[in-house]
Structures are given as C-alpha cells and as structure tokens.
Design a binder for this molecule. Sequence first.
Ligand code: SF4
Length: 345
Amino acid sequence: MCSDLSDTNHNPGADAARDGDDHPPCERGGRNDPLPLKEPVRDTTALPSEKNPPLDVSTSDAADKEPRSRPEATRPLLDDEAWEIERLTWLEHRDSRAKSNPKSVSSSKPLAAVRQRLESILSLAERKYGVTRIIGGGASLEQCLFLILRRGWDFKKASKAIRILESHYIDWNELRVSTIGEIFELIAPLKCSDLEDRVRRMKTFLQTVVDEYNDLNNDLFRLMEFELLRRFLVGVEILGKANAYVFLQCYRNELAKKNEDEADPAKLLIISPESMRVGIRLGIIKKTQSTNVARQDFWRIMGPSDDYRFQNVLVQHAETFCFPKNPHCKDCFLKDDCQYFKERT
Ligand code: SF4
C-alpha cells in the first residue's frame, strides 16, 4: 500500500526524522515507515511492556505479507446502551456519596434553584453545541477519534464510522498512513457533508500523537500520568479543548472506577479555566481563584450524568462567546441568564 504521507496533514518535521534519506515517502511502504525516535513520555510504572508493546516501526516487509487480521481485543467494546448503563450506575453511586455530606452552595440561593439554572443552561447550550456523547471504550485513542468525528455530526453515525474503521484497520497507525481517499471511501456511505475534513483531522491528530509519543497503542493515554496527558491534549488544536476535557473526564472516571474504594467523588470533576470563567460569570458558582472551591460549588449542583455535558458545553461556550477579555455578550444566547451581563448593562 502506498501511503499518502504527502497530504497537507503530514508533518514535514516528522518526515525528516523518519526519512533520513532521499527516498520519497511513497517508496517507503506505508505502515512500516519508521516513526520518530523521540522517547514516549509515559507513566512507566504502570506500563507492562509485554501488554503494551511500542508501535512496530520496523522496515521489514513481513507485516505486509501477513494476512490482515485484527488482534484479539483485550478490552471488548461495550455497545452504546451497555456503556451508558454502566456509566450512569457509577455516576449515581458517586452522586449519592457526595450528597451524603451536603453543604449549601456558597451563594445564598437555594441549592435546588441553582441546580435548575445549571440544568437549563446546559440544555440550552447543548442545543447550540450539540448533545454530548462518548462511546464505550473509555479513555482510549479510539475515544479521541470518535470525539473528533462526532462534533456537529450524528452521534450514531460517528459511532458507526469508528466501528467500521476499527474493523478495517489492524491498528490506528494503519489509519494514520492510509490516504484520505481510502478512509473516506470506507465511511462515505454514512453521509456527512464535511467527512473529508473530519478524516483529515483524525489523521492529523494521529500524526500529532506519533510526533509526540512515537506510539499509537489504543491504550496509550490510559498509561499516562494525568497532568502530562492534560497538558498534551489541551494543546492539541485539532482535537479541540472541549473534546480534550470530555476525554480527560472520561480518563478520570475510568480511573476512579478501578479504584472505587479510594476515590473521592467530589474530586473527580475536572475544572478548567474555561468552565470556571463561564460558571462565575453566569453566577452559578461564587467568585473564586481556587479550582477546589469551584469544583465543590459545581459538584453540589450537578446531576449524576452532567460531567461530560459540563465539560463539553461550558468549554465550547468559553471559546465561542465567553472570552477572557471582551466576551461577545451581545450575541450570547445565555445573556438573559447571565449575572456578568446584567451587572454591565
Ligand atoms: S453573556 Fe457574556 S459573560 Fe455571560 S455567558 Fe454570555 S458571553 Fe459570557
């Protein structure tokens, strides 16, 4: 297979690192291209090497000659419904633990009224930015690809597209080195006007991960320390900050589920500068510089399944209207319910 490494997504710096000679990319043979030699930055204490081998970067032809068969999944995918049930069960459990020690929200407003306001803000914002969904599979690379695909697209179709790609490609590196045309053909029957752009973004994302970690193991992010992962994902423009925070929330919930006894549910919610800014301006949490205080305030007013919605819509809102300086209040669909706007008009 001749890989399309010459498309606009391709990183020339990575080429130079990979190539090291005069061969044009196509002569090198697709998925066996050597990857950058940079050491992956991972939490190696949690990395059983035999379970998580590095990406095969050999230049041997053997892999091409082997029959195309997908390695057996170590973690079966839950279907959407099973995943949703599992997630909600956990969130309800978490919520009940948190509310066993209720304190009133820091403002003087009754808790129920503030909760209602948050719910109405989230619902309104979801109409604008789209309903938040994740797929079974937790904090995997596949989840990131889904989040890139699904924005502004039908959730079920995006989910189906991921399943098609997963069954077609041996691993995500094979998708990375496939041409946009090849990938497009596979999922084109699902119909989406800007599918080519989505495919391009997925490829660019995978290339960015390879450039940084020299690895495309589906479980790569699971093995990383949270802060390193946060810094990386939030900086990846092609993924988008809202998707990055949805993914990080997924990572944290998954980790908490594994260590359920030790998990403090009130600490699970990830607070970004964006969600804090929007929450304070809207007046649903009190003014604070402390993420811990903001987390507690948000936590007390959130419903059991609000955490992904929260990450998705508040971060998108912060990036679309509610900028740190000169927010676009006049055009904002939440202005009628916004304390900051009322104070300034
Ligand atoms: S009205 Fe202005 S301050 Fe309030 S949420 Fe909208 S953009 Fe932010």
